[in-house]
Every structure is written in structure tokens, then in C-alpha cells.
Design a protein around this ligand. Structure first.
Ligand SMILES: Nc1ncnc2c1ncn2[C@@H]1O[C@H](COP(=O)(O)OP(=O)(O)OP(=O)(O)O)[C@@H](O)[C@H]1O
Ligand SMILES: [Mg+2]
Length: 241
């Protein structure tokens, strides 16, 4: 019979919502084992805003996919919200993901046939919110991201920056423990990018926990904390303030 998940002792003690303990990810390519993440130790506390930097191929997206429960580590432990999620089966992993993680992608990933409100409602649909609850919350979130007057529009009728705002509202729908963004301003012009960064700053001020992958030092400076990956290891870690 499956054992109940471990509780990580750090979780309640110091507000850690994410703990990596010697986390590794390997890919088997024929006889060759590619070591993509190597013995990563990381603790994220509520309200942290972390930027993940590093050259192409250093393991940033792999790290984010594991944090977001889209993928599993090969070895080591991952505790999210105090629960050991390193060994969960697909169904349990996707339930945790739906409940605790909000994703923002470089290419927005909105559903083109749905309007703004309907896009924001999607994660709530899977969590069993009533129609009334989810449409009220989606309206509030649309207002939070400055699109309260555009709710019946389709994504194609919005600018890139506005579409990314919708994606951020959608990521917040289930009040996740953690919001993950992989190059969230990568497809935007610089003014729209600044507006998205201001929105992320605002979420941080509201106590949201954010992890953002970026190649851009200026973007990373918005975070309180930065790590730099090199060949799957944390090469450097520092606080901006
Ligand atoms: N499914 C997979 N199978 C085999 N190798 C993979 C797989 N996914 C990623 N890799 C390899 O893992 C390494 C890290 O990839 P990852 O996508 O995490 O890098 P990244 O830091 O996000 O790079 P970029 O800045 O280009 O997005 C790369 O060498 C990549 O080829
Ligand atoms: Mg990547």
C-alpha cells in the first residue's frame, strides 16, 4: 500500500513552500546519460521572487517544469507545500499542479476560441468552482490585471501585452502557492514588457511567490533573489535587495 507523503520539517517551521534536496534530472540518450540538473538544493519561502538565469541548455526550463509538476526528478527530493511530490504518479502530480501552480508562458498559450473571462476561468473549471463563483473571480482578476473592460474580447483582439495580462490572471485563478513564468516578456515589445514586469512586481508586493526565468539582467533585477544555472548546477546565488 502507498505510504502517506512525507512532511518536510522545514515547511511549517520557516514558511518554506518549496524545498529541493539534492535534486537531479537525467535523460538517458541511448547509452549516454545526460545530467541536466545536478544535486540542486533550493528553498523558496512564501513571498519570494526568484529570477533564474543561465545560458541556453543550462537546465532552466527543466527546473521550472519540475517545480511546476510537469516533470519528475530522477533522484533527490522535492517538497511542495510540505508534501513530497518527487515520487507521485501522473494523476496525483496533475492534481497538485492544478491546485498549487500557476504558469505563464512566453507565448501566452490562451485559447483563441474563448473570450478573456472564459480563458481566466479554465483552471477554476477543473477545481470544481461553481459557474457563479468562477465568473465573479475571473472578473475580479481581469480587473486586477487592468482588463476589466475587455472581458468579452477574444485573445486575437488584444495586444501581446494584454494577452500576457490575461495569462497572468489565469495563472492566479486558483490562488496558487507559486506562479512560474518562463521568459514572460520574451515575445513583447519593451513597453509592454515593462508593464508586465510592473504587474509581476505588484503581485510580489501582494505576497505572491514568483519564479521567473529570464535571459535579461534588467528583468532579473526586479526579483529579490537570483540564481544562475550552469551545466545543471547553481553556479551563483545572490539577493538583489
Ligand atoms: N526530453 C528531453 N530529452 C533529452 N534531453 C533533454 C530533454 N529536455 C531537455 N533536454 C536537454 O536538457 C538540457 C537543458 O534543457 P533546458 O530546456 O532545461 O535548457 P534551458 O536552460 O531552458 O535553455 P534555453 O535558455 O535555451 O531555454 C539541454 O541540453 C536539453 O537538450
Ligand atoms: Mg528554456
Amino acid at each position: 500500500m502507498a505510504q502517506p507523503p512525507d512532511k518536510h520539517p522545514d515547511f511549517t517551521a520557516d514558511g518554506a513552500i518549496l524545498v529541493f534536496d539534492k535534486l537531479c534530472k537525467n535523460y538517458q540518450l541511448g547509452a549516454f546519460e545526460l545530467k541536466v540538473l545536478q544535486e540542486i538544493d533550493l528553498v523558496i519561502r512564501k513571498g519570494d521572487y526568484l529570477a533564474v538565469m543561465g545560458p541556453s541548455g543550462s537546465g532552466k526550463s527543466t527546473l521550472l517544469n519540475i517545480i511546476g509538476c510537469l516533470d519528475r526528478p530522477t533522484s533527490g527530493k522535492y517538497f511542495l507545500g510540505g508534501q513530497d511530490v518527487s515520487l507521485l504518479e501522473d494523476n496525483d502530480l496533475s492534481a497538485i499542479r492544478g491546485r498549487h501552480v500557476g504558469f505563464v508562458f512566453q507565448s501566452f498559450n490562451l485559447i483563441s476560441q474563448l473570450n478573456i473571462i472564459e480563458n481566466i476561468e479554465i483552471p477554476m473549471f477543473y477545481q470544481g468552482f461553481s459557474e457563479h463563483q468562477s465568473s465573479a473571480r475571473a472578473q475580479e482578476l481581469a480587473e486586477l490585471v487592468g482588463l476589466g473592460d475587455r472581458t468579452r474580447h477574444r485573445p486575437s483582439e488584444l495586444s501581446g501585452g494584454q494577452q500576457q495580462r490575461v495569462a497572468i490572471a489565469r495563472a492566479l485563478a486558483n490562488d496558487p502557492l507559486i506562479v512560474l513564468a518562463d521568459e514572460p516578456t520574451g515575445n513583447l515589445d519593451s513597453q509592454s514588457g515593462k508593464e508586465i514586469l510592473a504587474l509581476l512586481d505588484n503581485l510580489c508586493e501582494r505576497g505572491k511567490t514568483l519564479i521567473v526565468i529570464t535571459h535579461d539582467e534588467n528583468i532579473a533585477h526586479h526579483a529579490q533573489r537570483q540564481i544562475r544555472l550552469l551545466d545543471g548546477r547553481i553556479e551563483k546565488e545572490w539577493y538583489n535587495r
